[in-house]
Design a protein around this ligand. Structure first.
Ligand SMILES: Cc1cc2nc3c(=O)[nH]c(=O)nc-3n(C[C@H](O)[C@H](O)[C@H](O)COP(=O)(O)O)c2cc1C
Length: 244
């Protein structure tokens, strides 16, 4: 065997792995067949999982979620949808909600001078997750919401964003898709499922959706996804600070 071939063989020897003691037939979802079924099997499994994931105990503490109210128009409909949404958030014990209202953010519309400290910034910074509520204005989301987003950067990074929209016939879906692009640029993750209210003004009565079953179910699906991403990303940011 030439020197080169011998070197290659040695390299192969170095990466030969020991035979696994456990056989995971369920792709990590908990059911394992062990070559030695003993009382220690469960401990072995926990140790193996910890070694594989680096996570000893999943972090299930409630997530701090900021609900961003994205419209600031005089006479706006936004707070009606926001109140319904806040009830959905408060129904859950895995989320603790706080509100940031674009109408009260008091951020300059120009970047001409350095920003004065804004009361909203620490709220965004300490959030684990966001729900952004947006109407549709001219096939997109409102300028005031874009301004709030643009004044911040690290506050959004490596965090999940759920999107709730309302509007005319489109239900704000075009605004939602535009926001996905914006949040991707900010290293945030938008969750797949959304809640949208078409012809919003006429689909609410006394501050509640006329037929709450659809929106309630959609909100649950969306918030379940937000919690999954929120927990995973919170653990990820703790284990390894996000550097872009
Ligand atoms: C400037 C402006 C533009 C709008 N453009 C659209 C639009 O493109 N598509 C749509 O479905 N609704 C559109 N609407 C309707 C709004 O989505 C709807 O009135 C919504 O309630 C506005 O949110 P707000 O009341 O919280 O400001 C527009 C409303 C305004 C004021």
């Amino acid at each position: 065997m030439g020197e080169k071939r011998k070197g290659a063989a040695r390299a192969c020897e170095r990466v030969t792995l020991p035979a696994p003691r456990t056989l995971d037939l369920n792709f990590g979802r908990g059911i394992r067949l062990s070559s030695m079924q003993t009382d220690t099997a469960q401990t072995d499994t926990a140790q193996t999982d910890t070694a594989r994931t680096g996570i000893a105990h999943p972090d299930t503490a409630p997530l701090r979620v900021v609900l961003v109210i994205g419209s600031n128009r005089h006479g706006r409909f936004g707070p009606v949808v926001a109140d319904w949404l806040l009830d959905r958030l408060r129904d859950r014990d895995d989320l603790v909600a706080e509100v940031v209202d674009v109408a009260e953010a008091d951020l300059p519309m120009s970047f001409a001078s350095p920003p004065a400290p804004s009361a909203v910034t620490p709220k965004l910074a300490s959030a684990d997750a966001f729900v952004v509520l947006t109407p549709e204005y001219n096939h997109s989301f409102p300028a005031g919401l874009k301004n709030l987003v643009d004044w911040h950067f690290t506050e959004w990074q490596a965090k999940p964003v759920a999107l709730v929209s309302y509007g005319g016939v489109s239900g704000g879906l075009r605004a939602v898709e535009h926001l996905r692009q914006v949040f991707a640029e900010l290293h945030a993750v938008t969750v797949r499922d959304t809640v949208s209210f078409h012809n919003a003004g006429s689909s609410f009565e006394d501050g509640r959706p006329k037929d709450p079953s659809g929106p309630d179910a959609a909100a649950k699906t969306m918030l379940d996804q937000l919690v999954w991403w929120g927990r995973v990303l919170r653990q990820g940011r703790t284990a390894m600070p996000y550097t872009r």
